[in-house]
Ligand binder design. Structure first.
Ligand code: GP9
Ligand code: MN
Length: 684
């Protein structure tokens, strides 16, 4: 009993000491500067708001304390300013800075489902170019909510200015003066130490996985969810600068890791029934902007959304369970992964931040076989830094915007119909100049968000007619919605494709050409619109609810799986007609095509020849560490597992696949960051 009383006393004394310590080293500053108190509390509220709006977590204490710690550190710097007025101004400026950070992340999250990175500053010009898409599809009222805070701080600042007189008399009091002088000396250190202590205490509660994600920074949502926005931001700045100074650190370790990986992998590649089947034929690769598989599976009033793509899929090799693996570099990442069989960079965008590295590419492999390689795109050469990067990847010529007559504009630029129409004589010229066989990539443009130039496209009827009480009722339920507009736009792209193939056929080019089509990435349509596809009831003109007959419980994983894109390899003579349902990724395209065309195998490829090797399962990895197999979808953000085929998997299956996913991302990042292909080739 005595002992308990003793320890109670001790706790009380300790509590008193902490209280007086806090009074002396922290509360005193808040009392002296109410603006400082408002700053900490209101910015902290904004960070909470950001997490609620983006990742939807608000019950977590860890990011809250991490942000609080960072705010103390930011606040400490105000004491480096000479006088009160400047210190207060500093708080107002910091309010604007933090609010703008929140707005940027909020907008970015809507578009990319991730948090922005400073390494993308170089890509910010593209945001201007796709500005319409951002305003139409992305900018929401909630993204601007954060601005209340700097406005509030500014008002407090001006109100405070009015009180200047009385403040002066307060400062003239000799006792206060002494306190202020003491504060001036210690305030900076006090606030800094307080911030660091909060951060250290918070970090003790972080799990191993959280630390690993913090270090790798692939999974930005998860890092913000645990460490808060400011710690993420500082980490991101450091890691974005890393490539610049990286060649000084960690190079040897990465080189050894990558060499060991390829030595161990040592995959036996034997020829199979598909090897060299298309050897010597021309290749036209269609990079189909935002083309999702779901568009090939949908129809309205008996008319398919994408009849041409659908026909090509049924007449050729069709990967119906194919996924894009892009990161923040979207279109350019799709081109990169398709061409190199490497994952995109987790830190920035290869086309923009790592364009000066050496890559082993499919273009170079075709060139080694005597092919002429080129690309065509109706946008400017500097978009996604393509002019530079296409050259680096091995395209001998890039026909960009200046090579085309921009006679019809839809959305981002030249319409697909005009683009394809002009491409045909260009292809004929290429052949006439004896540049055969050729490997050419044609990048489409029209099907880019926001799909709001529909009046320039042929009408595509997306209504649904039902008979109610003997009367024909037409439900125009999907027009004007994002997904409805998307389908109309895909229908246009499909018509453009149909016309292109027919024009090509007239020239005879198709007789000796393999047409390869891939959707570059999903169309980023919010999951709420998918309810119109799955749960719309034309009889009631309403969306079905749980319990209603025929209601489909469309969950976040079905939505993720619906983001798959088509990959089609087609020839006019329908040489191979086959559907591959094994999960396949953009990373597998190069090995598959390499085998079909009898190319030299790329020793740095990380993908697999899913067609030739007869795989029954495959792991498609996404840039955040999530992956999909024929059995599960693993969510890298929260380690949740979704069963794709209804069967159960054991721990070992998950462990192995997760390790594989981590390694794939690591190896790709090391190769890209440290320019290891160049290094290894030089050593050979
Ligand atoms: C434009 C295009 C669009 O040239 O490729 O890029 P995205 O916004 O889809 O990354
Ligand atoms: Mn794209």
């Amino acid at each position: 009993m005595k002992k308990l009383k003793f320890s109670k006393d001790k706790v009380k004394t300790f509590g008193r000491k902490v209280k007086s310590f806090l009074e002396k080293h922290c509360v005193v500053y808040f009392k002296k500067y109410p603006l400082l108190f408002y700053f900490v509390v209101t910015v902290l509220f904004n960070t909470l708001l950001l997490r609620i709006i983006t990742v939807g977590n608000f019950l977590y204490l860890k990011p809250l304390f991490a942000d609080l710690g960072m705010l103390f550190i930011f606040s400490a710097f105000m004491f480096l300013f000479k006088n009160d007025r400047r210190r207060k101004k500093y708080l107002v400026v910091m309010s604007f800075v933090t609010a703008i950070i929140c707005v940027i992340h909020s907008v970015y999250y809507t578009y990319y489902d991730s948090f922005a990175s400073i390494s993308l500053l170089a890509t910010s010009t593209f945001v201007v170019d796709v500005g319409d898409a951002v305003v139409d599809q992305v900018l929401r009222f909630t993204d601007l909510l954060y601005l209340w805070q700097p406005i509030f701080m500014l008002s407090c600042y001006f109100m405070d200015k009015k009180k200047k007189k009385s403040e002066k008399s307060f400062e003239n009091n000799s006792d206060t003066k002494r306190t202020l002088i003491k504060n001036k000396k210690h305030a900076f250190i006090d606030m800094l130490v307080m911030g660091l202590v909060i951060l250290v205490c918070t970090s003790i509660f972080m799990t191993k996985t959280e630390w690993s994600r913090f270090g790798k920074l692939w999974n930005r949502e998860s890092v913000v969810s645990s460490f808060g926005i400011f710690t993420y931001q500082i980490n991101d700045i450091c890691q974005s600068l890393e490539p610049k100074i990286n060649n000084l650190f960690g190079f040897d370790k990465a080189l050894k890791k990558v060499i060991d990986y390829y030595d161990e992998k040592n995959e036996e590649t034997t020829s199979n029934k598909y090897t060299g089947i298309f050897e010597g034929m021309n290749v036209i690769v269609i990079h189909a902007e935002s083309l999702q598989t779901i568009a090939l599976e949908s129809s309205f009033n008996g008319v398919e959304v994408a009849p041409t793509f659908k026909k090509l899929a049924s007449e050729g090799i069709y990967f119906s369970n194919y996924y894009s693996q892009v990161g923040v570099g979207t279109s350019s990442d799709a081109e990169f992964t398709f061409s190199t069989s490497l994952m995109p960079s987790s830190n920035g965008t290869v086309f923009v931040n790592y364009f000066d590295r050496e890559y082993q590419t499919i273009q170079k492999s075709f060139e080694d076989k005597g092919y002429y390689t080129f690309s065509m795109h109706g946008n400017t050469g500097d978009f996604w830094n393509r002019a530079t990067m296409h050259k680096n990847m091995g395209y001998e010529k890039f026909y960009s915007k200046s090579s085309f007559d921009i006679d019809e504009t839809i959305g981002l630029g030249i319409s697909d119909k005009s683009f394809f129409k002009q491409a045909v004589p260009m292809l004929q010229d290429i052949i006439n100049e004896k540049n055969q066989p050729f490997y050419g990539t044609l990048i489409t443009l029209t099907n880019h968000t926001p799909w709001n130039d529909l009046e320039l496209m042929d009408e595509y009827d997306t209504t649904w007619t039902v008979e109610i009480d003997g009367e024909q009722i037409v439900r125009d339920y999907i027009s004007g919605t994002t997904i409805g507009d998307y389908f109309k736009s895909v229908h246009y792209m499909d018509q453009a494709m149909e016309q292109f193939l027919s024009d090509l056929d007239k020239t005879g080019i198709l007789d000796n050409t393999v047409v390869v089509i891939y959707g570059d990435h999903d169309a980023r349509i919010s999951s709420k619109y998918y309810d119109l596809l799955y749960n719309y009831d034309p009889y009631t003109d309403e969306i079905k609810e749980s319990g209603d007959e025929g209601y489909i419980d469309y969950n976040e994983y079905e939505y993720k799986l619906d983001k798959n894109v088509p990959f089609i390899i087609w020839t006019k003579n329908k040489k191979i007609t086959k559907e591959i349902t094994v999960p396949t990724g953009m990373i597998d395209a190069y090995p598959i095509l390499s085998n079909l065309f009898g190319l030299e195998e790329n020793e740095f490829q990380l993908g697999h020849d899913i067609l030739g090797n007869g795989s029954t399962d495959n792991t498609v990895v996404f840039t955040d560490g999530s992956y999909v197999t024929s059995k599960i979808y693993y969510n890298g953000q929260n380690s949740e597992i979704y069963s794709v085929d209804g069967s159960a998997v054991d721990e070992e299956y998950i462990r192995k696949n997760s390790e594989y996913a981590d390694e794939l991302i690591d190896i790709s990042n090391d190769i890209i960051t440290y320019d290891l292909i160049k290094e290894i080739k030089e050593k050979e």
